[in-house]
Design a binder for this molecule. Structure first.
Ligand code: NAD
Ligand code: UDP
Length: 322
C-alpha cells in the first residue's frame, strides 16, 4: 500500500486556498488545511470535511506553527489579498508575510518539506515596463497604502530565497497575477466581485479613475494548474502565472454589463492612491519551464463565475461593507 503524500495548505478557507485543497485531494494527497478565517470562509471547504484525507486546523500562522507527523509539501497562501482587506488589517498583513513565512520556513526545514509561497504581481508595484518579466525589480512605494502588502510579499520572497540558499530548503515562488472565479468573496472590493455584485443589486458600476488602467485576468483553474506544475518542478526562481490577455477596467465594466444584461451604467470614482496603471504578465518562463499557458478565455471564465455569484442569496448580496 502506498502512503499518501501529506500537504499543508495555509489560507485554505480562502478563494485560492480552497481550490488548491480541491486539486490536491483530487490528486490523491492527504491535505491539512490551515486558516484563521480572518478573510476566509469555511463554506469554501466544508464539502471536504467528511473526507478521510482532509483535516482542518484553525490557526493563525503568524504564531508558532505545529503540525504533527510528516509533511511533503507546504503551500503558503495565507494573507489578506484584496486592497480593502489589507488596508483594513495592515499589521496582520505584514505579520503573515513576515512572521508567518518565517514559521513556515522553519517548519519546512524540520520536516524536510518543499514549500511554495504565493507571491504576487504587486511585487512589481506600479510597473514602468509592460508586460512584466520576472527580471523586473518593480516600482513600489514602501510607505503608501499598498506598501503593507507589497513589501510583505517582497520580504516573503527574500526570506524564502535566503532559506533556500543558506539552509537548503526546497522552495518555489509563484508570482500570481489577478485571478478570478467561483468562491471570490462578493464584498472583497476586488473589481470583478464589485462589478458583478453591483449588477446583481441593480447599482451602477463604479470605475475608479478614468478606467484606462489595465489588468489581465486569469481563471482560477488555469492558475491552480500552473501552481501545481511549479511545485513539482525543480525551479526555485520566481515564476509569473497569469493570463496575458490585458484589458482596461473601463472595457471590463462594459463586458460585465453585457454579461449580466443589467441596465445600469458606469459611474466614476477617484482612483485609489498608487493604483497600478498597467499590469500584464510576461509568461515566457512559465511556458518554457512548466509547459504552461492559460486555457480558459475570459468570456468562458466570466460566465462560470457569474453563475456562481447568481447562486448567492439576497442576504449575501446585500452584505457589502465598504
Ligand atoms: P483570500 O482572502 O480569499 O484567502 C486568504 C486566506 O488566508 C483567508 O482564508 C484568510 O482567512 C487566511 N489568512 C489570512 N491571514 C492568516 C493567518 N495569519 N493565519 C492563517 N490564515 C490566514 O485571498 P486569495 O485571493 O485566496 O489569496 C490567497 C493568496 O494568494 C494570498 O497570499 C494572496 O496574496 C495571493 N494572491 C492572490 C491573488 C488573486 O488574484 N486572488 C493575486 C496575487 C496573489
Ligand atoms: N476597481 C474599479 N472599481 C471597483 C473596484 C476596483 O475600478 O469597484 C479598479 C481598481 O482601481 C484597479 C482595478 O479595478 O485599477 C483592479 O482592482 P482590484 O482591487 O481588483 O485588484 P488590484 O488593484 O489589486 O489589481
Amino acid at each position: 500500500m502506498s502512503v499518501k503524500k501529506r500537504v499543508l495548505i495555509t489560507g485554505a478557507a480562502g478563494f485560492l486556498g480552497s481550490h488548491l485543497c480541491d486539486r490536491f485531494i483530487k490528486e490523491g494527497y492527504y491535505v491539512i488545511a490551515m486558516d484563521n478565517l480572518i478573510t476566509g470562509d469555511l463554506a469554501n471547504i466544508e464539502h471536504l470535511f467528511k473526507l478521510p484525507d482532509f483535516e482542518f486546523s484553525h490557526h493563525d500562522v503568524s504564531k508558532f506553527v505545529h503540525v504533527p507527523g510528516e509533511l511533503d509539501y507546504i503551500l503558503h497562501f495565507a494573507s489578506p489579498a484584496s486592497p480593502i482587506d489589507y488596508l483594513k488589517i495592515p499589521i496582520q498583513t505584514l505579520k503573515v508575510g513576515s512572521l508567518g513565512i518565517h514559521n513556515l520556513l522553519g517548519l519546512a526545514r524540520v520536516k524536510n518539506a518543499r514549500l511554495i509561497i504565493a507571491s504576487t504581481s504587486e511585487v512589481y508595484g506600479d510597473p514602468a515596463v509592460n508586460p512584466q518579466p520576472e527580471e523586473y525589480w518593480g516600482n513600489v512605494n514602501p510607505v503608501g497604502p499598498r506598501g503593507v502588502y507589497d513589501e510583505a510579499k517582497r520580504f516573503q520572497e527574500a526570506i524564502t530565497m535566503a532559506y533556500h540558499t543558506f539552509h537548503g530548503v526546497e522552495t518555489r515562488i509563484v508570482r500570481i497575477f489577478n485571478t478570478y472565479g467561483p468562491r471570490m468573496r462578493l464584498n472583497d472590493g476586488r473589481v470583478l466581485p464589485a462589478f458583478i455584485g453591483q449588477a446583481l443589486r441593480g447599482e451602477d458600476l463604479t470605475v475608479f479613475g478614468d478606467g484606462t488602467q489595465t489588468r489581465s485576468f486569469c481563471y482560477v483553474d488555469d492558475l491552480v494548474e500552473g501552481i501545481y506544475r511549479l511545485l513539482l518542478s525543480d525551479y526555485a526562481q520566481p515564476v509569473n502565472i497569469g493570463n496575458p490577455d490585458e484589458i482596461t477596467i473601463g472595457q471590463f465594466a462594459e463586458e460585465i454589463i453585457k454579461l449580466t444584461g443589467t441596465n445600469q451604467k458606469v459611474i466614476y470614482k477617484p482612483l485609489p492612491q498608487d493604483d497600478p496603471k498597467q499590469r500584464r504578465p510576461d509568461i515566457t518562463k512559465a511556458k518554457a519551464i512548466l509547459n504552461w499557458e492559460p486555457k480558459v478565455n475570459r468570456a468562458d471564465g466570466l460566465k462560470i463565475t457569474y453563475e456562481y455569484f447568481k447562486t448567492l442569496s439576497k442576504e449575501q448580496l446585500d452584505k457589502i461593507d465598504h
